[in-house]
Ligand binder design. Sequence first.
Ligand code: SF4
Length: 165
Amino acid sequence: MKIRLASDIQPDSILDGEGIRTVIWFQGCSHNCEECHNPETHDFNGGFEIDTEDIKKQIDELEYQNGITLSGGDPFFQPEGALEIAKYAHKKGYNVWAYTGFLYEDLLKNKKTKKLLENIDVLIDGKFVKALKSFECKFRGSTNQRVIDVQKSLEQGEVVLYYED
Ligand code: SF4
């Protein structure tokens, strides 16, 4: 399946989730958060197209990584391609984190984004809000965003936080 990415996959990140992670930067986002740190990822026609099979091959070649992070842009605008990658990453033994400007509750309302959620371990949700910007929060840019334990939240039918800092 073809997906649109903003840049090559990026191994060895320690900023985009727990441990050493490989980040996949999806192209396309219409949340328009004020002072977004990645404005070049907004254009849905920007970046470049790549086949998910190529991404899987790149995942096969990774070494010394604890997990995969889907970021962007917003991976939930390409839920089918992101799902394929998330499933493959799990098959290879990686945990999967994802960043989104949507709220967890809204992602549950759509069949495709719900399916993607079901294959995510930790979700950082919500728009970046400049007035709530904080350098104290782990793995998130503003205090409104939540670091959600997705599997526990799905089990319990309500949001369960992964971190409560
Ligand atoms: S969701 Fe992320 S990429 Fe999209 S506008 Fe907000 S901060 Fe930028």
